[in-house]
Design a protein around this ligand. Structure first.
Ligand SMILES: *[C@@H]1O[C@H](CO)[C@@H](O)[C@H](O)[C@H]1NC(C)=O
Ligand SMILES: *[C@@H]1O[C@H](CO)[C@@H](O)[C@H](O)[C@H]1NC(C)=O
Ligand SMILES: *[C@@H]1O[C@H](CO)[C@@H](O)[C@H](O)[C@H]1NC(C)=O
Length: 702
């Protein structure tokens, strides 16, 4: 196949003479003519290429990519991290792909010094080990000591209280026991629904002076009990100095002392602990007996919740500094619709070696690039543009992807068909997926075509549906990977897939190549499976003449959300506006599906039909943007998506409609009348958002 429209704008860079400009215009006209009259693609050919894609899977190449990427720890902003940047870029270049790097200058955070000592009533002082046991060297290998990024520096001393998982319920239980954590250092067992940052935020609100955090882990899958979970405690996403705009080298930057910046960081220091060091504190505590259900593990030495018998002196010193981060991109220009983008993204930076998090995903991404390049040598060219994205500084709060999305908001809003994310691609057995609902059908179709890595005959779909009975696709309300800026800020339909869940070496020094081959994927067939699903999703979205987006699934899912919501609000609250807008979306979806079927039957015989397909595709692409609201979610205005996004109230059980969820949680603090009014307003906002999506899908002015 010939390649029209490949990078014609290169010639724009040199100063054209009038003759050149004239010739250039003529060439542009010819290219434009050619683009419109591009010979219809043969769907059989696309299928053939999809087959070649599947059959060119190779566990050995994926394994070698992972080995190279994980040879050193590569924390964002450090030299070894820059080496992974070059590695990924060189890989793309060697495949002959158009490659570029986009740097940003952003505020990162590193530890300088930390210590935790116990002071017993009898005068004994005990310094607790804070680093992972069994790791021979930290500094020489480049391993960063365990810390919480963006924790303030500080020296604190006080009584200690165990607050279980640190939820509001846990503090209420302590209150009943007569324990007030105000002025104390709290010790939190990480897990359950609270994020690290949320646990610190609640502790601060309760008057705690500092937070020590440990995780229980799973000894059967590697020596996690010695591992320590690093992580960020920053609120929100993206560079704190450039909220809402891109952190480019010479751009505007807020001062570190700006209140908007300070609001992003916790007010009290926190630090992660080893399981062993945490037990030394727990077994020393006085005070009331701990409830039985807080002592859920046989290894736990907890008996009393504190305070008493022991004080803790806890010092943390860190530095926040500007560092250059690098996103790497490889682009395969679409042959028919170069101005429509399908993005496959994964972050590259890691807390330590990053074998699971995130480089199992990077290895899969690099292998998809290898296989797409192979298809290109066999004559394939995607209909739409495919963009591989390798993000930096995700671990600090999705910084690389957020800055880039902020920089490219208009182009993404107008042209991004879908964003396909993979982060911790391989954690263990079992397929998991999250997506915006219009992509559900495509995920099911694709998983029917990829072999299950743990079975000789079954497909991923077979295994997935038998394991979970019904296959279950999560929704993407969480803010825990790079889909967040795409979906929550730009309204781009998104997918997130992975094998296995809750891996025990998360963010520890043991997330290494060795752990991967010993515990998660000895022969790299789960990597192959993720790459298969991910790459095939990309091929369909890039090649299918009519975009495989089904909004009937969205309407059905919204109806289910509405039913769940009705059990949370009292009977007097009318949900009729939601019902009406969901009906409208369902009927627009049905019309769009019928139209798609009709167009497919007619084939692409003339230009008018080609334009009609393009118009339908635009409506399918843009409908997701309807869920955005310029005002955003109250109190977190950067988050614009009213269906999926983070809720402020961590105890809320609603995993959708974040604005409604917050209004319900906060209504208890208002008079009944004001509380009801606030909830009603949020219900109307969601109803209007759904209606906007429906109108965009219909594509007609009201
Ligand atoms: C002080 O108390 C701690 C904890 O109960 C104990 O481990 C230590 O041996 C005691 N030291 C002395 C000198 O009694
Ligand atoms: C806990 O103690 C602080 C400081 O003494 C006090 O202000 C606060 O009201 C107490 N909280 C509860 C729930 O009693
Ligand atoms: C690839 O798979 C084969 C067959 O399962 C296996 O023998 C080989 O060791 C695998 N390669 C790697 C690097 O694990």
């Amino acid at each position: 196949m010939s390649q029209p429209l490949t990078k014609p704008n290169n010639s724009l860079t040199s100063k054209p003479s009038p003759l050149c400009a004239f010739l250039f215009l003529i060439i542009l006209c010819i290219l434009g003519f050619y683009a419109v009259h591009y010979p219809p693609r043969n769907p059989q050919n696309d299928l053939l290429f999809h087959q070649i894609f599947l059959s060119s899977a190779n566990n050995n190449t994926i394994s070698s990519y992972l080995r190279s990427l994980t040879s050193h720890p590569h924390l964002a902003g450090t030299k070894p991290s820059l080496e992974t940047t070059h590695y990924v870029k060189t890989h793309f270049k060697n495949l002959g792909l158009e490659t570029h790097t986009v740097p940003f200058k952003t505020l990162l955070s590193y530890p300088l010094r930390a210590s935790v000592s116990l002071h017993f009533d009898n005068g004994t002082v005990l310094n607790l080990p804070l680093n992972e046991i069994g790791i021979s060297s930290y500094a020489p290998s480049g391993l960063v000591q365990p810390y919480h990024a963006y924790s303030p520096s500080g020296t604190t001393q006080g009584d200690v209280v165990f607050v279980n998982k640190g939820t509001e319920d846990d503090y209420r239980a302590l209150e009943v026991m007569g324990v007030n954590v105000s002025g104390c250092i709290v010790i939190v067992k990480k897990g359950g629904s609270l994020s690290r940052g949320a646990a610190v935020e609640i502790a601060e609100k309760k008057g705690a002076l500092g937070v020590l955090m440990y995780a229980e882990g799973d000894v059967s899958r590697g020596s996690f009990r010695f591992g320590v979970e690093r992580g960020t405690v920053m609120k929100g996403v993206g560079d704190p100095l450039t909220p809402g705009w891109a952190g480019v080298e010479d751009g505007e930057r807020l001062e570190l002392e700006d209140n908007k910046v300070l609001d992003r960081f916790p007010g009290i220091p926190s630090l992660p602990l080893t399981f062993e060091s945490a037990q030394v504190i727990l077994e020393s505590l006085g005070g009331p007996e701990a409830p039985q259900k807080w002592r859920d593990s046989s290894r736990s030495k907890l008996s009393r919740v504190g305070p008493g018998q022991v004080m803790v002196n806890f010092i943390y010193q860190g530095e926040k500094k500007l560092a250059t981060i690098h996103n790497v991109f490889a682009v395969i220009r679409g042959s028919v619709e170069p101005d429509r983008y399908v993005l496959l993204g994964n972050h590259r930076d890691a807390w330590t070696y990053g074998a699971v998090d995130p480089n199992s995903g990077t290895a899969a991404l690099l292998d998809i690039a290898r296989r797409y390049a192979l298809l290109m040598r066999k004559g394939w060219n995607p209909r739409r543009t495919i963009i591989f994205c390798s993000w930096d500084a995700e671990e600090f709060g999705m910084i690389g992807s957020t800055e880039w999305v902020e920089q490219n908001l208009v182009n993404l809003g107008a042209k991004a068909v879908a964003y396909l994310n993979v982060d911790c691609a391989v954690q263990g057995p079992g397929f998991f997926a999250g997506a915006t609902p219009q992509l559900d059908d495509l995920i099911f179709e694709v998983t029917k075509k990829v072999k299950d890595p743990d079975s000789d005959v079954a497909t991923i779909y077979d295994k997935w549906t038998t394991m979970n009975r019904i296959s279950n696709i999560d929704r993407l309300s969480g803010v825990d990977s790079d889909f967040a800026p795409f979906l929550h800020h730009a309204g781009v339909s998104s997918v997130d897939i992975y094998y296995g869940r809750d891996f025990p070496v998360y963010h520890t020094a043991f997330d290494s190549f060795n752990w991967m081959i010993n515990f998660a994927d000895p022969f790299f067939w789960r990597h192959v499976a993720v790459a298969g699903v991910w790459g095939l999703l990309g091929l369909h979205l890039a090649d299918d003449p009519v975009l495989p987006l089904n909004y009937l699934s969205y309407a059905k899912q919204l109806q289910e959300h509405k039913d769940v919501l009705s059990s949370f609000v009292d009977g007097s609250m009318s949900l009729t506006p939601l019902d009406a807008s969901i009906q409208e979306l369902a009927s627009a979806a049905k019309r769009a599906n019928d139209e798609a079927k009709r167009l497919m039957e007619q084939g692409f015989t003339d230009d008018l039909l080609v334009l009609k397909v393009r118009a339908l595709n635009d409506r399918l692409m843009l409908a997701e943007r309807g869920f955005l609201d310029t005002d955003g979610i109250k109190g977190r205005e950067w988050f614009k998506h009213l269906i999926y996004g983070p809720r402020r109230n961590h105890g809320s059980k609603l995993e959708f409609f974040p604005g409604i969820s917050d209004a319900i949680a906060e209504s208890t603090k208002l008079s009944q009348r004001d509380g009801q009014a606030a909830i009603r307003h949020e219900i109307w906002r969601v109803a209007r958002a759904i209606r906007r999506a429906a109108v965009a899908l219909k594509g007609e002015l009201t």
